[in-house]
Write a protein of this length. Structure first.
Length: 228
């Protein structure tokens, strides 16, 4: 399965902001939720004071209708700790929300799973990136987590898998090698530049965005505008 290129995260997020879907994909890339789990999130599942979200249901399309459904397995029912950036973003969303769902449709009900996939493909096309599935964002999250020091057992629990072996079996060997190389390289860097990820899981996506900006900085300095 293809992943979202890590060096293109900054470009992806900028276009997502312009398209009005930044929050949806940022939350997914910082939690690793399945598409149905993300769309099934309700504000009653979110504890912003403790920084925890509870995964309790999923949204599916069945017989042409968008419906709530139980999760795939008992391991899918889980609590996930979120970082301060994700908490702040959810606070902003909640202040403007009038629905019980974190990511509602225009009518206030759940969003169709097909719609968020189509939105993802539009964002990717606008920035010239290859098409990937929505589930690929979950794999991208896994690689980012491993690169930033999250152990496989903890990652497996966050993803709702029944074992760490199952998690490893779904990641390509080259991703695992790259993650291990990045983790070792990060440990050699000054802590003031790249803080170590704690068990509270600060948003490593932000770290990658900052890295992308540093890489683009010299090129940007020679142009008056990067965004039309």
């Amino acid at each position: 399965m293809k992943n979202l290129p890590l060096d293109c995260l900054n470009t992806f997020f900028e276009e997502a902001k312009r398209s009005g879907v930044f929050e949806l994909y940022y939350i997914d890339l910082s939690t690793g939720l399945r598409r149905g789990e993300l769309l099934g999130l309700k504000w009653s599942d979110v504890d912003l004071n403790k920084g925890i979200i509870r995964i309790q249901r999923q949204i599916l399309r069945q017989n042409g209708a968008v419906v709530e459904a139980p999760l795939k397995t008992k391991n899918s029912y889980r609590n996930i700790a979120i970082g301060t950036d994700t908490v702040e973003l959810l606070w902003q969303i909640k202040q403007q929300s009038t629905s019980e769902y974190v990511f509602p449709s225009p009518t206030g009900g759940p969003i169709s799973p097909d719609s968020v996939l189509h939105m993802l493909q539009r964002v990717l096309k606008r920035v010239g990136l290859e098409k990937i599935s929505f589930h690929s964002l979950r794999h991208t999250f896994s690689v980012l987590a491993l690169q930033n020091g999250v152990d496989v057992k903890t990652l497996s629990a966050m993803l709702g898998h029944y074992s760490a072996g199952f998690t490893l079996g779904h990641l390509r060997p080259r991703y695992l090698r790259h993650a291990e190389q990045s983790r070792q390289h990060r440990q050699q860097l000054p802590l003031r530049r790249y803080p170590v990820v704690s068990r509270r899981f600060p948003v490593w996506v932000r770290i990658w965005v900052k890295r992308s900006k540093r890489k683009l900085a010299p090129e940007k300095s020679t142009k008056t505008s990067e965004i039309p």
